[in-house]
Design a protein around this ligand. Structure first.
Ligand code: SF4
Length: 495
């Protein structure tokens, strides 16, 4: 008898984190927010939502599913009617924030869907957060002891409770005081009745950019690709430790903390997460991936007939590998774009069938060939092994796998869900053991130094902890508030 518990066997990849957008005082803000979320769909497919402020109140539309499933024309029209209802008499103080979600903290329950909306002593607030707070549990424990009641299991709700607590709200800058109490990764937007505040943690784990629409309305997004889709011009990155305020007075900036001495921008944004069209941390993602592939060809050359990408994730790196090595690039694996998150029973036969359903190998391309397969990463390795078997069955003479990042050996505490350490194929296994498990002729990963060597600004700091175990913020000391010690930076207001 087969087990009846379904497993997501086609989903053997790192889980994206979240994406955020914000638009201030544009008549089409609801639709623009929707477009921005659509462009950030790759950052989270579990849930999506938009929240709008108008006339001193906040309304939202949220739900589980893809952006287009949640934000249907009817729901967008409802939110737009609310947002625009007073535009003739009260065209001020209107803004929208949005969120697309994969649950890296808390469960995937409906109560955790963002933007979270709450009512505080001085009005409503909505929060949309990308990242993961490592001291959220400690704060929840502490605040619960003080009598505060949490409605969600999300780490993001801690921010609202901290803002509402008397020792934060009575400070000259409650948002800054609240942010100084957070440890971990956060690129976030806070919607108030009269402004949006966008902030990025002092380590700069996740990207966050500022842009401007044609009429001058300011926008914020996780990635530049969302600005492109919204028709906004890129202005600049929001800096680590910075709060940018969007309001009817324009855009102003201040610091809640100095940037960390060594930044910890997530290198995995370039390896896997971010849209290739985006410029992240000052470098285009597609170009980074081509460079990873070229560097991989330098580090681990092999005689072969063709270079083939694992679609779609390995395409740019395979291009770079082929260009550097001079070996012809061929696409011999065809993805079925209509297979989504398929859940099937976990027998070996069904597992293999699921992989065949998702990817078809073109035997005319691989038959009798020495094939180099380039992919961006291997997490658990089970799906990769099925793919390799298919390629072998299609007649490949040799299979040489090249991975455009180092082996993932450690979990991430900053907003990426790989797997538990014992599920990671590279955790406490040698590369030779992994090669044998995959059943391929050779296997090489890009070196850590090689990966960083292609980044324009590597010396200013990247997090590479999932490859090294060297965490930029110690996850075992969640209440130690290193940020507070650096928070003496005077507030600045550049107008
Ligand atoms: S541990 Fe890995 S995935 Fe997590 S922030 Fe660091 S580089 Fe990114």
């Amino acid at each position: 008898m087969t087990r009846s518990v379904p497993l997501p066997v086609l989903d053997d990849s790192p889980k994206e984190e979240c994406g955020v957008v914000a638009v201030w005082n544009h008549p089409d803000a609801v639709h623009l927010g929707y477009l921005g979320l659509f462009a950030l769909q790759h950052r989270g497919q579990e849930a999506a939502g938009l929240a709008a402020t108008s006339n001193g109140k906040i309304n939202s539309q949220r739900g589980q599913g893809l952006v287009s499933d949640v934000l249907t024309p009817d729901r967008l029209a409802l939110l737009d009617n609310y947002y625009n209802k007073d535009k003739t008499s009260h065209p001020q103080n209107r803004g929208v924030i949005g969120h697309t979600r994969y649950s890296t903290a808390g469960g995937s329950g409906i109560e955790n869907i963002q933007p979270l909306v709450e009512t505080m002593f001085d009005g409503p607030i909505a929060v949309a957060h990308n990242g993961n707070l490592i001291n959220a549990d400690a704060w929840k424990h502490e605040l619960s002891k003080r009598g505060q009641i949490f409605h969600t299991s999300s780490d993001t709700e801690v921010m609202i409770h901290l803002l509402a607590s008397p020792d934060q709200r009575d400070t000259p800058d409650p948002t800054a005081a609240m942010l100084r109490n957070l440890q971990g990764a956060f690129s976030l937007t806070l919607l108030f009745k009269d402004r949006i505040e966008a902030a990025r943690d002092p380590w700069g784990f996740r990207p966050l950019v500022l842009g401007k629409l044609d009429d001058g309305s300011p926008v914020v997004a996780s990635e530049t690709v969302a600005l492109d889709v919204m028709g906004a011009e890129f202005i600049r990155e929001i800096e680590p430790g910075e709060i940018v305020t969007l309001s009817d007075e324009g855009v102003s900036t201040r610091r809640f903390a100095a940037p960390a001495t060594k930044l910890a921008r997530c290198i995995f944004e370039h390896v896997y997460f971010a849209n290739p069209a985006s410029t992240v941390f000052g470098q285009n993602v597609l170009i980074s991936r081509e460079r990873f592939g070229a560097q991989l060809a330098i580090e681990s050359p092999v005689e072969a007939d063709i270079v083939m990408p694992m679609p779609d994730s390995g395409r740019s790196a395979a291009n770079g590998f082929a260009h550097q090595s001079g070996i012809p690039y061929r696409e011999g694996i065809v993805p079925n774009r209509y297979v989504g998150r398929t859940f099937i029973k976990p027998t070996q036969a069904e597992r293999a069938a699921a992989v065949r359903l998702k990817l078809n190998v073109v035997s005319e391309i691989v038959q009798g060939k020495r094939v180099i397969i380039v992919d961006d990463s291997i997490v658990r390795g089970t799906t990769t092994r099925e793919k390799m078997k298919q390629i072998r069955e299609a007649g490949a003479k040799e299979i040489h796998v090249r991975i455009s990042c180092p082996p993932i050996t450690n979990p991430c505490f900053f907003g990426v869900d790989f797997a538990t350490p014992d599920q990671l194929i590279a955790h406490e296994r040698s590369i030779e053991e992994i090669r044998k498990f995959l059943g391929v002729d050779s296997l090489h990963y890009l070196s850590h130094d090689g990966m960083l060597s292609v980044m324009n600004n590597a010396d200013t700091g990247y997090c590479t902890a999932c490859f090294t175990g060297d965490y930029p913020v110690d996850p075992s000391r969640p209440l130690a508030c290193e940020v507070s010690a650096k928070a003496q930076t005077p507030l600045m207001n550049n107008g």
